[in-house]
Write a new protein. Sequence first.
Lengths: 113, 112
Amino acid sequence: EDQVTQSPEALRLQEGESSSLNCSYTVSGLRGLFWYRQDPGKGPEFLFTLYSAGEEKEKERLKATLTKKESFLHITAPKPEDSATYLCAVQAGWDSGNTPLVFGKGTRLSVIA
Amino acid sequence: DAGVTQSPTHLIKTRGQQVTLRCSPKSGHDTVSWYQQALGQGPQFIFQYYEEEERQRGNFPDRFSGHQFPNYSSELNVNALLLGDSALYLCASSWDGNTEAFFGQGTRLTVV
């Protein structure tokens, strides 16, 4: 069974204090790994897709990396507006369009000014 | 470009009632997936619609059903509501299920 585990469950940072969020996964044939940001009561907002080990993507203060067993979301010099829940999801298998996203429970990030 | 839109945004229903939630996909997308997100949990896959047919289904009872229309919009129906059905219901659209999924803002369903 495909599984995604995110850690830590919650993270509290001072503004400017860089850190990393972890996403460990087990999947039968990774098609893609996705990071989303979710604000309270809102739908997830797409951030990144990673397809193969060694791939990295960046957007502003965020950088996502991927290995064969886990992904990291690095946050450099975070600001209070980065406070949100960050969700990791995997899409498994190679059947065209037949594989739903499997999500972790998320990491709740709080950045304190 | 309008993104994924869902209606209504909030809904309160009584146990045993039926509810219909609606979703319009992002322009250019033809695949709609529905997810249920309980408080403090990640979204759980309910089912996916493509070409007006249910293509895949998650581990949800038959009380959960759906429909996709020719314009790719979709509905989620839940019959015989239980208190445990209270959650944020999310619609996501993509192109043929193979591209990044974009989510709507969700419908918050409360069953009392």
